[in-house]
Design a protein around this ligand. Sequence first.
Ligand code: S3P
Length: 169
Amino acid sequence: MKVTSKNIVVIGFMGSGKTEVSKILGKKLDRHVIEVDDLIIAKSKRKTINDIFEKDGETVFREFEIQASKDIKEVKKSIISTGGGAVMNKIIMDYYKENGEIVYLETSFHECAKRLEPFSDRPLFKNILAARKLFEFRRPLYDYYSDYMVNTNGKALEQVADETIRKVS
Ligand code: S3P
């Protein structure tokens, strides 16, 4: 199987499994894994994403997110685990697309919510009704930006990673 030589950029809603699937992809393909949320935390000098939202606000978080995606636009052959809101900004997605294949981990809202309970460490998943609205709003954007889609409902992370590898091969 000849896997794409481009970056594999993993997108999807909070709780779709981006971080865990990216780690498995990194191991299986022997590629460096970049967790964009970690880059943002490092830039902000805060300790958590929640901290950034609480102390600086979402606008500042989104500025860090643009900067972080710009910083890594030249990386090659890596796995990039994005934040769930990346698709809200075309500038960010254009950076990712430059050297990457975009894989959307399609997951139902119900499944995302089940995986994230009790919702404490996601600033945009504290109110389930607001999170549901965000999910509906973003769903067409994930579709629009993705080169490949892998459905994750009811699947083990390992299986999702294997299906991802098949799609990008
Ligand atoms: C966000 C998703 C989070 C994080 C931040 C904003 C979003 O990442 O970047 O809380 O807007 O959906 P995960 O998707 O990894 O939870």
